[in-house]
Every structure is written in C-alpha cells, then in structure tokens.
Design a protein around this ligand. Sequence first.
Ligand code: BG6
Ligand code: MG
Length: 215
Amino acid sequence: MIKGIIFDLDGVLVSTDEMHYLAWKRLADELGITGFGREDNRRQRGVSRMASLEVVLEKSDKIYTEKEKEELAERKNKYYLELLKDMDNSAVLGGVGAVLTALKRKNLLLAVGSASKNAPVILQKTGLLPYLNQVSCGLDTTKSKPDPEVFLIAAEKMGLLPEECLVVEDSAAGIEAAAAGGMFSLGVGPFHASLASDYSADSLAAVADWEPILA
Ligand code: BG6
Ligand code: MG
C-alpha cells in the first residue's frame, strides 16, 4: 500500500520546462552551436544541470575543460534565474493545488524528488512548500536520475520504504530511477504515453481515480 508520494518538480508540479529550454538555447546560440532544439531538450528533462549541458555540448566540435563546463552551467543557470525572477503561483500546473490537498486528506505523506538545485527557490516562489512533508533535490544528491538516489533520500526523509512510495514523473530518466529504486511510478506530461511507468495520465489533474494507484 502506498503511504507516500514523491513528485518530480519541473514538468509535474510547475511549468519550468520552457524556461530551462530558453536558457539552454541562449547559451547554445552564444557558443555558436547550431542545431540545438526542442528534441534535444526532451533528453534534458529530469537529468542534472551538468548532464543537461552535455546534451548541448554534444552538438559542438570544441572540447571544453571541466572548469569551462562549470562556467557554462553557471552561465545557463544565471539565464534561468533571470527567467524565474518574476515567478509566482501562476507557474503551478493546472489543478495541482487541489490534487495535493486531496492527497493530504488521505493521510499520505508528500515529498518532492527533483534533480534541480533551484527546487527550494521554486517551491518558495510558487507557494507549494506548505503542501509538502519533505524535499529532496539536486542539493542533496551526488548522482543524477536515472540513478534512484534523489527518490531514496525522499523516502528516507519521509520514514518510508521504497515499496511504500509512488513517484510521479514526466521524464524517462525519472521513471527509470523510480524502477531502479523499487518504487511504483505514475508518468504524466506531454510524453506520458511513451514512458515505461506503472500508471499513466495526461497530467496530475487528469488522474480520474487515485484508489487503484494507491492500493
Ligand atoms: C530537472 C529538469 O528537474 O532539473 C532538468 O527537468 C534540469 O531539465 C535539472 O537540468 C537541473 O535543474 P537546475 O535547476 O539545478 O539547473
Ligand atoms: Mg521533470
């Protein structure tokens, strides 16, 4: 029986994916990297900032040192934070507040399990923090999804076993991480039909009946 739900943040609770894309695109353009587009951006979903950078740099002939890569990731994050500056509750995806409230009423523990190091800032700006019992994010981890570390930390913080947790994800790397961690998964978002998740829905708000998923 499911006792806790671990939500990915970007693309599951909030609509930050376009901002990530625009910030990476700006960096790619500055580096003269042509051909970085939305299809590549799809592979950046769920994975860490440095892994996302590699997706951009694989389009370049130039070899970058680790130090240069750190600087590029930092530059992208600066652009991303500029885009997040005026972020507020309107960035929360439709119906998320009502779903989280309904799940809390079922006495489930709720956590975020996100690769993002900006998760605390985003949760603060969007007003989502009060809904959550725990947060596990890129600041807690050393390994990126599809490694299950971020979800295992979330489960541990909630005091739950992996098999007592459901992971909600919009990325292939995240669904793989949930399975690797021994957790059930619900795939949502634009690519939900292609995800190898246990359950699937267009969005959190589109889940018609939670009972079979939580049983
Ligand atoms: C994930 C996003 O949630 O966070 C990725 O899906 C992103 O695209 C990753 O690269 C890391 O985010 P940040 O905010 O730490 O750069
Ligand atoms: Mg995501």
